[in-house]
Design a binder for this molecule. Sequence first.
Ligand SMILES: *[C@@H]1O[C@H](CO)[C@@H](O)[C@H](O)[C@H]1NC(C)=O
Ligand SMILES: *[C@@H]1O[C@H](CO)[C@@H](O)[C@H](O)[C@H]1NC(C)=O
Ligand SMILES: *[C@@H]1O[C@H](CO)[C@@H](O)[C@H](O)[C@H]1NC(C)=O
Ligand SMILES: *[C@@H]1O[C@H](CO)[C@@H](O)[C@H](O)[C@H]1NC(C)=O
Length: 474
Amino acid sequence: MRLMSVRKSAFLTLLQWICPLMSDYCEVNVCQNGGTCVTGVGEDPFICICVDGFGGNTCNLTETGPCNPNPCENDGSCEVITPTRRGDVFGEYICKCQLGFDGAHCQINENDCASQPCKNGGVCRDLDGDFTCQCPSPYVGKQCKLRCTSLLGMEGGGIVESQISASSVHYGIMGLQRWGPELARLNNHGIVNAWTSAAHDRNPWIEIDLQKTMRLTGIITQGASRMGSAEFIKAFKVSTSVDGEAYITYRVDGQRKDKVFVGNIDNDSTKTNLFDPPIVAQYIRIIPVVCRKACTLRMELLGCELNVYSNAAGCSEPMGMKSRLISDGQVSASSSYRTWGIDTFTWYPQFARLDKQGKTNAWSAATNNRSEWIQVDLEKTKRLTGIITQGAKDFGVVQFVSMFKVSYSNDGETWSVLKDEKTGSDKIFPGNTDNNTHKRNLFEPPFYARYVRVLPWEWHERITLRMELLGCDD
Ligand SMILES: *[C@@H]1O[C@H](CO)[C@@H](O)[C@H](O)[C@H]1NC(C)=O
Ligand SMILES: *[C@@H]1O[C@H](CO)[C@@H](O)[C@H](O)[C@H]1NC(C)=O
Ligand SMILES: *[C@@H]1O[C@H](CO)[C@@H](O)[C@H](O)[C@H]1NC(C)=O
Ligand SMILES: *[C@@H]1O[C@H](CO)[C@@H](O)[C@H](O)[C@H]1NC(C)=O
């Protein structure tokens, strides 16, 4: 009977299948030190897959050398300086730490918040090699330095009539007075000076189409008086969309219920509500919840243009695959490959983090076909400007995605594939050519989305991917 160890055998790498009928050799687990026994691999009756630090046919040998097992923590890589062995003490090695880690064994997670990078009351969160600021509205930007409080043009007229629509309109005095949505402008004067929904309208709303995706940080509302009596919206919800099709009702971070904003109390005074966090959208709907007499509104929006702060050059921050700002739960895929069918060696989508280390250190799809995908839910609409991809090795076999497409969605259901600007057909991005190099591609033009999918198109050996998305919140 011939035995072999995974770590020692090169030709094993060709044989990544398992025959369930030949399981008898593994009935008694001959693999020591936590090794996994596998049968049916090529001509060998069984093989042992050893855990880190062990080798030999039955994992009974302690791997020698200062870097086995890897003494470096937090995905640090170990490098031998003098490969000599002095007695039982291993020779010199150094740990090369990932960004954001320090110490002889990369055991110290540097606090990237120590320099207090967040301004204007922003709350800092330390990430692996990065930080993120949660900015209080109306401050925005990586470090909360920018104020986003322009009046967007309801009162000033920058928003024109055709951009304002409503579920219904109230006609007063035998149909002669039209309380249309185009009148819903803050401080509008006259006898008919606001929008009022029709009395029979059970689900009224008024919508502003900003004609491009913008950032909204607040809303000012005001009622009006009609026939000598005050009418106003006492409470309302806000719903937004980037495409005019999928709408999301505004919620405060971490809350399960829609946010109900407190509105007006009389016919004339203004009430300002801030959106904290800000909204990134093209369409905003105000949905009255409680109205006094009728749902009557004058309003203004606060916000700013996005591209002022985020041209592609200023908007290419890693979105958090590597730093883990994107949590495991935000990454999913069509399927996951298991080496030799073993759960321990599952190549989960959550492993698709740039520069991830370890035995299974990437996402790999169960089948090699063009229906496979990996998806990131950014939880909010973000501006995306590029992607970095990387391959990996599965027990010595180099595998990577050499060409891929990208699609995006705002509701997780309807998807748009990025198009080539010149030809109008699906854009195919050049991917990797080895197991380790970062390949960077830019999205031209950038796009806004909450969900992003990578669709592997061509690959080497197996669909295997580590990645980072580039973009910004703005
Ligand atoms: C490991 O096991 C093999 C047989 O499988 C044996 O020949 C060898 O001596 C063992 N080595 C140690 C260090 O126990
Ligand atoms: C409307 O507001 C103005 C200014 O606050 C006030 O003088 C007036 O009495 C109000 N009208 C009604 C009908 O409430
Ligand atoms: C292709 O991949 C999809 C998604 O995992 C899977 O459902 C399908 O069976 C695969 N098709 C083939 C022909 O392998
Ligand atoms: C995989 O990548 C590493 C790091 O770039 C490189 O040293 C190694 O030669 C590559 N392995 C193969 C088999 O190409």
